[in-house]
Structure formats: C-alpha cells, structure tokens
Design a protein around this ligand. Structure first.
Ligand code: M6R
Length: 612
C-alpha cells in the first residue's frame, strides 16, 4: 500500500525518485507527489492520478535538487485528490513528510493540535503526525530526530515515513514500523524505497530497516537507531535481483509477461529441490523442521486473497497425502477472533509480498502464543519471511502486475513439494504414489508451456463473453480453489462480478442465478470427480447457462456439451491446479484487455496491502 522513494546524493534526485515511483506504482496509484529542497526552500509537487500525470504537471519546472522524496498513494484516509496526495507540509512550512501505513490514533492527536491552532489542508492521518512532530519540536526545543522519536512512541499504527527539513537539506530521516523500508548504499548516495526495485540499477548493497528503527540518511552516512536512541549496526545484504526481472521485456503488460514466465518460474522453484532422477525432495526449511511439521497436531494456514486459495489447495493436499488436519484461515479473521492455538500447532503463512498487514499481524500474535511459523513467501527479506521460524521461498521473481499469477503457481509448487516430502517422511504415502507424483510435478513446466503455446481459443472465448454482467466459476476437489481463484482474477481485472463455488454446492442456491445470459466456467479436468462434474454441467445446461470448461486434452465428452473448451494436458489430480489455473488467468487477462482496463493497475487495488 503506497510506494515511497527517497534519494540523497551527488546526482539529480528528481529523475531517480520519479523512475523509482514508476516501479512502485503497483503498490498504489491514485495520486503521486514529490518534495525537493532547492536553494534552501522546500518545494512540493503533487497530483491526483498516476505518476505520469505528475510528470506532466512538472514538465518545464526547475526540479534541480540533490535530495528528493516521493510517494505513490493508495488512499486510506481521505479520497484520492491533489490535496490528500503526499508529501504533506507542516504548518510552519519547514518540514515535508510522506507515509505508508495508518496512524490509528490520529483523531485525538488532531483534536489536540486543532485546539492549539493548527490547521489541516488534507484529510490524512499523515498530516496529523507531521504537525504533531512539529509541535513536539517547538515545545521541547529539540532536534527533528528527537521530536520524531517522541512522536513515534505516542502513536499507534503502522508506518514507513520519510521526512525532510528545509533547514537541513543534507538529511533524510526515515522510520518504519509494519510497512517496509529498504535503503540502498551507493557511492556518495543513498536510496530509500518500499522495495528494492527502484534501487536495483544503482547498487546491490542494501539494508532492510527493522520495525521501530529510525534511519538518519545523508549522502555518505547511514545511521540507524532504535526508539531508545541507541545506535544499531546496519546489516548490509546483497540484492539477488536483476533489472530485467522488473521490466516488461517486450510484453504489453506485466500480467501477461508474468503469466508467460510460469514455465520458468515453476522450474526455478523446483530446481535444486525436486531431484527428479534421485526421486528426492530437498528443502532446507522443511528438512530442518521435519519433526515439527510432521508431528504437528494441526496445521493452520493463514493467508489472504490468492494466497488463501493456495492455502485451500494445501488443505486438500496435506490432509490427503500426510493425514494431518489442516485449517485454512483468512488472516484478517484469524487475528481478531481469539483463535485457540496450542504449542504443537504449526502455522503456515502464505504471502507473495511478505508484507500483507493482515497476515503479518496474525502471525505475530500466533508466534506470541508459541506456534511454529513456516513462511511460504515470494519477496526475499520481507517482513513475513523474517518473522517466520522457517520457510521456503517461491522464487517466482518480482511480481509487478496487481493480479497474482506466477506467485500463485510458485506457492502451489512449494506446497506440493512440501506435502510430498512430509508424506514420504511419515510413510503416509506409498512409494509408488510418491514416485508417480514426483514425476508428475517435474512435468509441470513443460505442460504449462503447452498451454501457453495455444492461447487463441482462450482469447476467442474471452471476446465472446466480455460483456457478461456476472460469471459463475465451479469446481470440485483440487479444482475448487481454482474456481475461486478464477473468479477472483476476473473480478480484479475486468470489474465483472464473479462467484466461485463448489460445483455440487451450486444446486443449493446459486443455481437460481442461471439463465441463458450467465457464463458458467467449469474447471472439469479428469479426476475422481469428473463424472459428477459432468452431471453438474448437465444441470446448468438444462437451465440454458453458457458453459465454458477447462478440460483435459483427449476429453471427448465435454466438447459435445459446449463450444467453449479450454484444454490443458492430462496430469494427476493432485497436481492439476498448476495447469488448470493458467486458462483462468488468461481468460481474465483477455477479457480485461477487451474491456480496455489497465490490467496491471486495476482500480482501487494495490499489490501489497500493508494496512489492516
Ligand atoms: O502478498 P500477499 O500474497 O500476502 O497478498 C495477498 C492478497 O492481497 C493478494 O493475493 C490479492 O488477492 C491479489 N491481488 C490477488 O491477485
């Protein structure tokens, strides 16, 4: 939620910050702003809309400066507008600040400040915090760093802030709690950002700032302190990311690029772990904790959105192969309903960004209660990865499109390997079945390639149904999470209402929606439910619903029931979601494009939801 960038150094700051904001637009894009210090004067430029609109607004203006901070917003407090865009200015006009997060107790603080005569130009919690800092500085006659420290001890909520003072144009002060901040160390320069993508082309040396730390950043100096004013030693890490990974590489949209990357990302996820010839699975995080994982009295999976759908797949998978009870929880509900957690419970957290606030907060409280946390995360070094006791990265590379695609198949891949490994250790699977499933899993990258080699049918189906008002997605067993995921993808990037349902449950209510205008997508690959799903299709057909089906290559029955068939290669049902989700992603992509939607940045969404 919200992307932030800062630069201080020898080069021109504005172009670096703007370029960084473009890379972070996936985090929020309803307004943009920058602050620079020019000849000892603060200048703030901000605009409702995407980064390009700000760039246009400042065209021809003198933006020369060696220091700049910038923000791309996903609104929490106050509608998207010029005046609510960050950075904000303090009442004395000396300080500029931007913020990613939420200050929960801003209202009483605002009240206090209003009584003291402060005025507010925006509806944001950020402007309140900024003036609170100014007020503390004025009253205590202290420096800005000390005023910030005092303010942060009083506020409740999450933040990553960047703060500059026109009287000290050589310093950016930053602080974080709950919202990410990474600082790149260059030659006579420092780069600050919400993730490493704005930094990668300048330096590979980075420091991930921890919660409750304040960074005092100058051209050639980085000082980290905790809220007790004690110096902390910055832990410098090497970035393992290439620039090409965050560029479009000839594709029209990041989403399409990321869909087409999946044969490689799934292969990368398997590489070095699924040792096909030896029929072994090596995963350090699982190997080192195999007792804790397999002896768990219960596994609780905590996640949101698409990652929750991966969790639902894992419930079917781990219960079937490992015979361990699994519960899948929406992180936002889990945290606040005071769940029963025993010391022997294992929590699996699934997150692409590793920064989702609902998941993070849920994990913090589960950890306090003694649970063992296993993180399945894509973003290396992210908060959830660091909070976990152990874990496995999905290695899908940076995912920029708001709609999760390759990260999801990475999650499924990790979960499949993990379940197989645990099942083998527990001997809850026969050797024959294990070998078969290892072989099936190893075949996935090539089979995904086959689907991607022929997308024209999916595109045609998308064009045929692009004007539908509603869609129903149905599946059973391992394909039920994929029906949910298909519906979510469609909602996100086409704005068409869609519902995912277990195919058999449909007759208990949603069947009332069916008429000749309703497209019903069946995920109906060959599995133990196949005949039953065919009966469900008949039920929809009898009510004149429009059938769209994902079917296994060689299926001769479904083509007799519908003209709208998207084929995927045959594979064991346990692994099938890795294939059946691909047509779901493409169908949504093509409908979104046909409707003229910016599929990488659909309205109201943000890639990384760092507010609760
Ligand atoms: O980064 P996370 O996996 O924790 O994010 C969870 C959800 O916000 C995310 O999956 C969201 O639903 C995506 N936009 C789905 O495409």
């Amino acid at each position: 939620m919200c992307g932030i960038v800062g630069y201080i150094g020898k080069s021109e700051a504005y172009p670096i910050v703007i370029k960084g904001l473009r890379r972070l637009e996936y985090r929020g894009y309803d307004s943009t702003g920058v602050a620079i210090i020019q000849d000892g004067k603060l200048q703030v430029h901000k605009k409702k809309g995407k980064v390009a609109e700000l760039e246009e607004a400042v065209l021809g203006k003198n933006m020369h400066s060696h220091i700049a901070i910038g923000h791309t917003r996903w609104a929490t407090h106050g509608e998207p507008s010029d005046r609510n865009a960050h950075p904000h200015l303090s009442n004395n006009g000396r300080l500029a600040m931007l913020h990613n997060g939420i200050i929960e107790n801003y209202a009483p603080i605002k009240k206090e400040l209003v009584l003291k005569g402060y005025t507010f130009k925006s509806d944001t919690d950020t402007e309140v915090l900024l003036n609170f800092i100014q007020d503390i500085q004025d009253n205590n006659k202290c420096d800005l760093e000390e005023a910030l420290r005092i303010a942060l001890k009083r506020i409740v909520g999450a933040y990553c802030i960047l703060l500059i003072d026109q009287d000290d144009p050589e310093t950016i002060i930053a602080a974080r709690k709950g919202s990410p901040l990474v600082i790149g160390i260059g030659k006579d320069a420092h780069y600050l950002a919400s993730d490493a993508s704005p930094i990668i082309e300048y330096t590979k040396e980075v420091v991930y700032v921890n919660d409750y730390e304040i960074a005092i950043v100058r051209k050639d100096e980085l000082i980290l302190k905790n809220l007790g004013n004690e110096k902390q030693t910055p832990f410098i890490q090497k970035l393992d990311m290439e620039l090409a990974a965050i560029e479009k590489g000839g594709y029209e949209h990041f989403m399409l690029k990321e869909i087409f990357e999946q044969p490689d990302t799934i292969y990368d996820c398997l590489r070095g772990r699924l040792l096909h010839e030896q029929l072994e699975i090596v995963m350090a995080g699982v190997d080192n904790n195999i007792e804790a994982l397999t002896k768990a009295s219960r596994i609780i999976i905590v996640a949101c959105g698409t990652s929750w759908h991966a969790g639902l797949y894992a419930e079917y998978l781990i219960e079937e192969l490992c015979r361990i009870p699994v519960e899948v929880e929406y992180a936002s509900e889990f945290r606040y309903r005071n769940p029963v957690i025993h010391a022997g419970d294992v929590i699996i957290a699934i997150s692409q960004s590793g920064e989702t606030a609902d998941t993070l907060v849920a994990l913090e409280s589960a950890k306090e209660k003694g649970a063992f946390i296993f993180g399945i995360v894509n973003a290396v070094g992210s908060s959830i990865a660091r909070l976990s006791n152990a874990g496995a990265y999905t290695h899908a590379g940076p995912e920029i499109g708001v709609a999760s695609t390759k990260a999801f198949t990475g999650q499924l891949t990790v979960l499949a390997m993990m379940a197989l490994k645990m099942a083998k250790f527990k001997a809850s699977i026969t050797e024959e079945r294990y070998v078969h499933l290892v072989n099936e899993l190893a075949s996935v990258p090539e089979k995904v390639k086959e689907i991607l080699n022929n997308t024209s049918v999916i595109e045609k189906i998308a064009l045929k149904f692009k004007d539908a008002k509603d869609f129903l997605y149905l599946g059973r067993g391992y394909n039920f999470p994929i029906a949910l995921e298909g519906a979510l993808k469609l909602k996100e990037i086409t704005y068409i209402h869609a519902e995912g349902y277990p195919a058999a449950e449909m007759k208990h209510g949603p069947i009332a929606l069916v008429d000749e205008t309703l497209p019903v997508v069946f995920v109906a690959t060959k599995d133990m439910y196949y005949d039953k799903v065919v009966s469900n299709i008949q039920e929809i057909k009898a009510r004149k619903g429009q059938i769209i089906a994902v079917a296994s290559v060689g299926d001769l029955v479904l083509p007799t029931m519908s003209d709208n068939i998207m084929f995927v290669p045959e594979i064991d049902e346990v692994i099938a979601p890795l294939l059946s989700v691909i047509p779901m992603q493409l169908l949504s992509y093509y409908v979104g494009i046909a409707k003229g939607i910016d599929v990488d940045k659909p309205r109201n969404l943000a890639k990384s939801v760092t507010v609760e």
